[in-house]
Design a protein around this ligand. Structure first.
Ligand code: FES
Ligand code: FES
Length: 157
C-alpha cells in the first residue's frame, strides 16, 4: 500500500495531495478535503448516501477507489446549488417536506439531478426506480418522490 501523490479535480478545483493507494473516494472527500456533505452510511454500497458525480454520472463514493478518479471531474453536494440559489431538486425537497433528518438527502440530490437531466419526462414509477438505491429511514419516500416530480415539471418548463 503506501501514500501516492495525485491530483484530483473536485467541484472545479484541481489540487495535488497524498492519498493511500487503497483509499476510497468517500474517505478522500470527507477526511482529506473536509467535504462532509457527502454522507457515510453503510460503507458497503447499499444505502446511496455517499453518491457523488464522476464525469457527470452518479457513483457510490464508498465503493470508488480514489486512484480511479484521477483525470475525472468530481462534483459533490457542496457544488450543486448556484451560490445561495438551491438546485430545483433541492428546492422542492425542502418545499415538499422530502427530508427529515436529512442524512440521505445529499445522496438523493446527487442521484436525482443527473437522473432528471437524462430523463426529463420520467414517470412517477421511473422516478421510484431511479431512487431505488437511496435508502431513507425517515420519510417513507412519498414526499421525496413528490418533490422530484415537481422538480421534473419545473426543469421541463
Ligand atoms: S455509504 Fe456508500 S452506499 Fe452507503
Ligand atoms: S430524511 Fe432521514 S434518512 Fe432520509
Amino acid at each position: 500500500m503506501g501514500l501516492k501523490q495525485i491530483e484530483l479535480t473536485v467541484n472545479g478545483f484541481s489540487s495535488p495531495f497524498l492519498v493511500q493507494s487503497d483509499e476510497v473516494l468517500l474517505f478522500t472527500l470527507r477526511e482529506r478535503l473536509y467535504l462532509t456533505g457527502t454522507k457515510e452510511g453503510c460503507n458497503q454500497g447499499t444505502c446511496g448516501s455517499c453518491t457523488v458525480l464522476l464525469d457527470g454520472k452518479p457513483v457510490l463514493s464508498c465503493m470508488t477507489p480514489t486512484l480511479r478518479c484521477v483525470g475525472k471531474k468530481i462534483i459533490t453536494i457542496e457544488n450543486i446549488s448556484s451560490g445561495d440559489t438551491l438546485h430545483t431538486v433541492q428546492k422542492y425537497l425542502v418545499e415538499k417536506g422530502g427530508l427529515q433528518c436529512g442524512f440521505c438527502t445529499p445522496g438523493v440530490v446527487m442521484t436525482m439531478v443527473p437522473f432528471l437531466e437524462e430523463n426529463p419526462n420520467a414517470s412517477r414509477e421511473e422516478i421510484k426506480e431511479g431512487l431505488s438505491g437511496n435508502l431513507c429511514r425517515c420519510t417513507g419516500y412519498k414526499k421525496i418522490i413528490d418533490a422530484v416530480e415537481n422538480a421534473a415539471e419545473e426543469m421541463r418548463s
